[in-house]
Design a protein around this ligand. Structure first.
Ligand SMILES: [Ca+2]
Length: 581
């Protein structure tokens, strides 16, 4: 090996530090990752909330609380970073999420955490929400390194029926679609406990528990909501609180099962959330038909979003801390002392850290952005990151270095914000003008990442849908309004049009990042029309999309009812007004 190759190997496999050798063959730790979805930063007991989370609080008390740990603004990129140890912009997942009408997924040439652990001798299992590709089986968890998968593929389903948009059941065990009664959170807890009980302990276990809670729709068993009826806030907050407590109950069951199986002492448990709590109605609704809401104990439309990110600015979708800083715990009492770590760490760090503990290898073709953060967690060492890329897209980005954070909105007229998070964790004071040299440094770093960015799969997916509607789509002189389009729209019956509907509102969102939908709630409730056609559906066929379905037109209705010019100030955004004649 030449010196250059050795240096390259050290660079690529730099995470294989001394701790690799602390755990020899046969003592590889079990790894359990529990990921909440859209969890408010302040919505756990140990963070001062009145929401009861005794089991998660116990993990926090006995584990390492990572207080400056970053997810991504939304589900798909955060989950992708967890699964790859690489920034989502390296493989085109940096923008928004995979919608039901999208055909793309986490590129199959990316090497996943379960793949690497499986090669290192682990049994690998996943329960819960995937959201890294559904339209082709090659994207499904069982084809991306998991021996076993039980859960759903797209971004959200009804917690009781597991239907998407009231049309398609998205719930399976190892490829077999199920019509199964029961509450999502309880069911994945049951499955996780069964997996642990049945586990052959001669092999190490990697278990990924991807909770849908407390993501919308806000639904929980009635008795669990009633338990909060005297708590602060309205019924939406009570429901949201119940969802988190129900998740906490499952966390407790999982810990107990590990203990009873005598596995706990040799298990690293990572608890986190993919992104911050939804504080804009754009991302938070319990939208369902009145009948379904009554039946499920769900909430009314138009609700004030119930999540709280405490003093952090912004929420889900935002590059500010409320959108991306997620409460995270590393629990392994025999190896990690209780502590609070304020060093900047990131979701991309989980894979290299876990692989180092497992004595597993990275891939030279896919060098990690993440670092082995074990010494930061176990020995209170500084973060191994020189900087942490919070995200970069063609129109915005954010980066953190030490206590500095730069948020750049590139969309004209543009905006540059600099915050000192040590003094101003709430990002209230933009001090970019006072520290031009810091801005220049962080901007140069962000630009370097931007140059390495792959085109966004989400952006690439839009023309396929938009193109079907022809030349009016990007006509800057168009004076048509979405309301007008709605009045004239035909009864859409194919998934291209479904995609068009979604993309129209999502594009609107892109250009309106911080505009809240104050009149009515909205959320992509479109039918899951892009699920593979070659499976037998237990309910209605996937293609029975009709504009008569209230759920399928909900988002469209929302956008339709808003005066477009009230929302959109940029000329380019006028082009979103589509004449659907
Ligand atoms: Ca999420």
């Amino acid at each position: 090996m030449t010196l250059a190759t050795l240096r390259f190997a050290l660079l690529v496999f730099g995470f294989i530090g001394p701790c690799t050798f602390a755990f020899g063959q046969g003592t590889k730790p079990n790894i359990v990752v529990i990921l909440a979805d859209d969890l408010g930063n302040a919505d756990l007991g140990y963070r001062g909330s009145d929401i009861k989370t005794p089991n998660i609080d116990q993990l926090a008390k006995e584990g390492v609380q990572a207080e400056s740990f970053y997810g991504m603004p939304v589900c798909t990129p955060s989950r992708a970073q967890l699964m790859t140890g690489r920034y989502a912009m390296r493989y085109g997942l940096q923008t928004l999420v995979i919608f039901p009408s999208h055909a793309y997924g986490l590129p199959t040439d990316e090497r996943t955490l379960p793949q690497a652990l499986k090669e290192a001798g682990y049994q690998t299992a996943m329960v819960g929400k995937w959201h890294l590709g559904h339209a082709d089986k090659k994207f499904w968890p069982q084809n991306r390194g998991f021996d076993h998968f039980y859960g759903n593929l797209v971004g959200e389903v009804d917690y009781f029926t597991k239907e998407r948009g009231g049309l398609v059941v998205d719930w399976q065990r190892d490829g077999k679609f199920l019509k199964e009664d029961g509450y999502f959170t309880t069911l994945i807890g049951n499955e996780a406990v069964s997996i642990i009980k049945a586990h052959d302990t001669s092999k190490p276990l990697f278990l990924y528990v991807a909770s849908l809670a407390p993501h919308a729709p806000y639904q929980a068993p009635k008795q669990d909501i009633d338990a909060y009826k005297n708590a602060a806030g309205d019924v939406h907050r009570h429901t949201y609180a119940a969802m988190i407590t129900d998740l906490d109950t499952q966390v407790g069951r999982i810990v107990t099962a590990l203990k009873q199986k005598n596995m706990l002492d040799n298990t690293l448990i990572v608890f986190s959330s993919d992104n911050g709590g939804a504080t804009s109605a754009l991302f938070a609704t319990g939208a369902r038909s009145p009948e379904e809401r009554a039946e499920s104990g769900g909430v009314e439309l138009g609700a004030k979003p119930p999540a709280s990110n405490g003093t952090l600015r912004g929420g889900k979708g935002s590059l500010h801390e409320g959108g991306v800083r997620v409460p995270t715990i590393f629990y392994w009492p025999t190896k990690l002392k209780p502590s609070i770590v304020n060093e900047p760490l990131d979701m991309v760090d989980v894979m290299p850290t876990v692989l180092a503990l497992a004595g597993a290898k990275g891939s030279p073709d896919h060098p990690f952005d993440g670092k082995d953060i074990w010494r930061t967690l176990a020995e209170n060492q500084p973060s191994p990151h020189e900087d942490v890329l919070i995200n970069v897209e063609s129109f915005r980005g954010a980066i953190r270095k030490d206590n500095w954070k730069l948020v750049k909105i590139a969309l004209l007229p543009g905006k540059t914000e600099l915050f000192d998070l040590a003094k101003d964790p709430g990002e209230k004071n933009n001090i970019a003008n006072q520290f031009p040299e810091v801005v220049n440094d962080l901007q140069a770093r962000l630009l370097t990442y931007a140059k390495e960015m792959k085109p966004s799969e989400w952006m690439k997916a839009q023309p396929a849908f938009l193109g079907a509607q022809g030349k009016t789509l990007f006509d800057p002189d168009s004076t048509s309004t979405i309301a007008g389009c709605r009045a004239r729209r035909p009864c859409f019956r194919n998934d291209r049009i479904t995609g068009l509907r979604e993309s129209r509102s999502a594009v609107a969102f892109l250009f309106l990042a911080d505009v809240s939908c104050h009149r009515r709630t909205c959320h992509p409730q479109n039918p899951t029309s892009a699920l593979p056609r070659d499976r037998t559906l237990p309910t209605r066929p996937a293609m029975s999309v009709s504009c008569q379905e209230p759920a399928s037109t909900h988002l469209f209705d929302h956008v339709a009812d808003l005066p477009f010019d009230d929302l959109i100030n940029y000329p380019i955004s006028r082009s979103i007004a589509v004449n659907s004649n």
